[in-house]
Design a protein around this ligand. Structure first.
Ligand code: MSP
Length: 530
């Protein structure tokens, strides 16, 4: 699955809009780090990028949480949102829009969209009976419940019986159109296993679902019947549209959809796939609007092999993690160590071992020792060598020639782990190369040209590696680039985007001969298990 259409120069990507019933958890951080890495990669390639994130603030779950804390729902939401913004800042997440579903402009967009669906004749009143999981904000099939009427996602929570009059959305009407969409665009849902899951769900027959609630104040009023509020998922999915409004434009659908719609990629966790790959496109079809480019569902994180949960007492606090180890360590572990799309585990000892081995030793030490040699043997400058003049049988050059293209392909497939592995192979080869070539002996033998060729090759490999890893470890890449004598800041969105010439930077030989090198300093300090 490719993340982008190469012919397009814009790229819009979303994270889910997170519930504010609690502080951000590591699951929310996981999706957001992945979305940020992809957004950074596309910016590096010169695309105009819009990364949307935000918060989902209506519904029973939020209302109950606020009640239990003795706050009004709005005051509760207002108190939690800054924690999300602060965590994104700490994790070096560069979002372009942060949408809150309690914003006024969102209400206008929902109203207008609702009207279009209403005009299509797809909304009707009926009796809703069924088991509801407030934590999922979703009705559950009886056959999917665990013993004791518990939800299979929130295993400690009992579902609640509902029997009330609701407005329904005629999802059943869109079954054929949805199947046609999946057939025409095989990459609409990824990974493959998730696509198959959706296909079998839709093939087994779609039922209309209720899109209003009675006896629930904390929601947007139903335009045709204010005694109902709009179902939180109907409202939340539209947050993706509201987010596209320019800050100063009128809150009307036409404006929201004018530049960035359809969104290229919705990045989500596997538990909310049905909403994004079935309900959402059907709602858009009903409103006569184009559907998004793709939906990618990642797996779930476990801790020490166990499902994370408050009841199990083994949740992983992303704020503590980033305070302890810094943003790049956290980003690298989750994106490199876990195959994106599969479930993955967090274990602190493994976390520390991997970061020490790969970032502190393989990458950091390679740069450090080579810079020190460049000071000793080449006056603190990049050797007077042109990358193109290095012999073709030089192992590092040979490995680097198509690395940029290969890694770009992995990013496009959201295969962050494979992208990092491919880069790491070059770094490891750099370490071997320097040991085997032993520039210190060449120097003693007076073979200065040989020394220069070796040091240039290694410095250039480190540069290329840090450039290609910059979507994942932007701060380390910055430190490496600085020590190599560049003044590029990978956290400066505008500069990165305007300087973007991926083909040139991702190719062998972009390190200028004779460039003055910076002071050698560890780019990643070894971690200790605290
Ligand atoms: N509010 C909805 C999304 C609405 S989008 C219009 C929601 N919010 S959530 O805060 O509960 O979940 C957000 C994301 O976190 C989901 O993509 C979910 O998959 C992810 N995760 C929650 N727990 C997780 C793990 N343990 N591991 C990985 N991701 C998990 O759903």
């Amino acid at each position: 699955m490719k993340s982008t259409d190469k012919t397009k120069n814009t790229f819009a990507i979303t994270t889910p809009l997170y519930y504010v019933n609690d502080l951000p958890h590591v699951g929310s951080a996981y999706t957001t780090m992945a979305a940020d890495a992809l957004a950074r990669f596309e910016r590096l390639r010169g695309k105009s990028v819009l990364l949307v994130t935000g918060t989902d603030e209506h519904g029973q779950k939020i209302q109950r949480t606020a009640e239990s804390l003795g706050r009004s729902p709005q005051a509760h939401c207002d108190s939690v949102v800054p924690a999300f913004e602060a965590l994104w800042e700490q994790l070096s997440i560069q979002y372009d829009r942060f949408i809150r579903t309690t914003s006024r402009r969102h209400e206008y967009i929902v109203k207008e969209f609702f009207q279009r669906v209403w005009n299509s004749g797809d909304i009707y009143l009926n009796q809703q009976q069924g088991w509801y999981c407030v934590s999922c904000e979703e009705f559950k099939d009886e056959r999917d419940l665990l013993p004791g009427n518990r939800c299979s996602v929130h295993t400690s929570k009992e579902v609640e019986w509902r029997d009330e009059e609701n407005y329904f959305f005629r999802l059943s009407r869109y079954q054929d159109q949805l199947l046609a969409l999946y057939a025409e665009r095989p990459d609409f849902i990824a990974p493959e296993s998730r696509r198959n899951e959706v296909l079998s769900f839709v093939n087994s027959g779609l039922q209309d679902f209720s899109i209003s609630r009675v006896n629930l104040e904390w929601g947007l009023p139903m335009p045709v019947d204010p005694s109902h509020t709009i179902y939180v998922w109907f409202d939340a999915l539209l947050g993706y549209v509201t987010a596209l409004l320019d800050p100063d434009s009128d809150p009307i659908l036409e404006k929201a959809l004018s530049k960035w719609w359809p969104i290229d990629l919705h990045l989500i966790g596997k538990d909310i796939l049905r909403f994004h790959a079935v309900y959402w496109p059907a709602m858009l079809m009903s409103a006569n609007l184009p559907v998004p480019g793709r939906v990618f569902a990642h797996g779930f994180l476990t801790k020490d092999g166990k499902k994370m949960g408050k009841t199990e007492g083994n949740t992983l606090n992303p704020v503590e993690l980033v305070n302890k180890y810094g943003p790049d360590a956290v980003r690298y572990y989750f994106l490199k160590e876990i195959e994106f799309g599969e479930d993955g585990d967090f274990n602190e000892t493994r976390f520390i071992n991997i970061l020490n081995a790969e970032l502190a030793n393989d990458l950091g030490n390679l740069l450090n020792r080579t810079l020190n040699m460049a000071r000793k043997y080449c006056g603190g400058c990049v050797p007077n060598v042109l990358g193109e003049n290095i012999e073709g049988d030089n192992l590092l050059k040979a490995m680097s020639l198509d690395l940029g293209e290969q890694v770009a392909g992995f990013y496009e497939e959201l295969a962050f782990s494979k992208a990092s592995e491919a880069v790491l192979a070059l770094v490891r080869a750099g370490n071997k190369f320097i040991d085997v070539q032993a520039p210190w002996s060449l120097y003693k033998q007076g073979q200065i040209e040989g020394v220069e060729q070796v040091l240039y090759s290694v410095l250039e490999s480190v540069r290329l590696a840090s450039y290609l890893l910059s979507p994942i470890i932007p701060n380390i890449s910055n430190a490496i680039y600085q020590q190599l004598g560049f003044s590029i800041d990978f956290n400066d969105r505008v500069t990165v985007n305007s300087l973007a010439n991926f083909a040139a930077h991702a190719a062998w030989g972009a390190l200028p001969a004779n460039q003055t090198l910076g002071e050698p300093q560890p780019v990643f300090k070894r971690l200790e298990l605290l």
